[in-house]
Design a binder for this molecule. Structure first.
Ligand SMILES: Nc1nc2c(ncn2[C@@H]2O[C@H](COP(=O)(O)OP(=O)(O)O)[C@@H](O)[C@H]2O)c(=O)[nH]1
Ligand SMILES: [Mg+2]
Length: 232
């Protein structure tokens, strides 16, 4: 059974090598697939070098249509192409500790998706400022209410999918940006898929800045409504 850890990256040059090594150490059988959008800081060059030395490291270098959403979708497709049975998505900035993947692998036996959750018992968010925490809480409640899901951390970008789960909806994903995280939640509900949440401590990124901007969050609130009403 193959586990592929898919990591979208944009300007993570000072983080990516440690993230990849930590994944390979934590889950010795896993393979890593980095999906980079020609990062100007040369993130992909670091990955290219690691990939030549280690056949468990793969790079998908995207040259057009930059975006977390497009990259995530292409990454899912590529992970299925290389015969993943389980696909993990996680950030390439150190905020998602790969030590949780072994627990996800246990839980996924009885469900379709495992979400690494900051907001179930044992979970924690160490990264956010107070303002980001408040915004995040509001958007979590909003997403769950509008989409009608009982998921404590619908905005978590740290998740594990069974191969057949992803196949059900990967072609439906349309978001160019990080809204893909919510689109997936919508698809889980639409396809009646079984979700389990597993506690994670969300860490501060190793270095660099988040690419998420406040205006993006406001746009998301409208996008969630549109998704619910129009299915897109
Ligand atoms: N390929 C790709 N990855 C991206 C893009 N934007 C963000 N990412 C990556 O997606 C992950 C999450 O982004 P991040 O800025 O950490 O968002 P936050 O965790 O919500 O603050 C990180 O690994 C980023 O490097 C993009 O346009 N293309
Ligand atoms: Mg991050």
């Amino acid at each position: 059974m193959k586990t592929v850890v898919m990591i979208p990256t944009y300007n993570e040059v000072s983080n990516i090598e440690k993230v990849i090594c930590d994944v390979l150490k934590s889950v010795p059988n896993a393979e890593v697939l980095v999906v980079d959008d020609m990062s100007p800081d040369g993130t992909y060059k670091v990955v290219e070098k690691l990939a030549t030395k280690n056949s468990k490291v793969h790079l998908l270098l995207r040259k057009e249509n930059r975006g977390r959403g497009y990259a995530g979708k292409d990454g899912f497709v590529k992970a299925l192409d290389i015969n993943a049975n389980f696909v993990v998505e996680m950030d390439g900035d150190g905020s998602h500790d790969p030590k949780y993947i072994s627990e996800f692998l246990k839980l996924i036996k009885d469900c379709d998706v495992v979400i690494g959750s900051r907001y179930v018992s044992g979970g924690k968010d160490e990264e956010r400022t107070l303002l980001r925490k408040l915004v995040s809480k509001f958007s979590r409640l909003y997403i769950s209410a509008i989409l009608g899901v009982d998921i404590k951390d619908p905005s978590s970008g740290y998740r594990m999918f069974k191969k057949d789960t992803l196949k059900k909806f990967v072609n439906e994903l349309k978001a160019s940006d990080p809204f893909i995280v919510t689109e997936v939640i919508y698809q889980l509900k639409k396809n009646n898929l079984k979700v389990k949440e597993s506690p994670i401590v969300f860490l501060k990124r190793f270095s660099g800045e988040s690419k998420l901007r406040p205006i993006t969050l406001i746009k998301y609130l409208f996008k969630v409504l549109k998704l619910k009403m129009l299915g897109q």
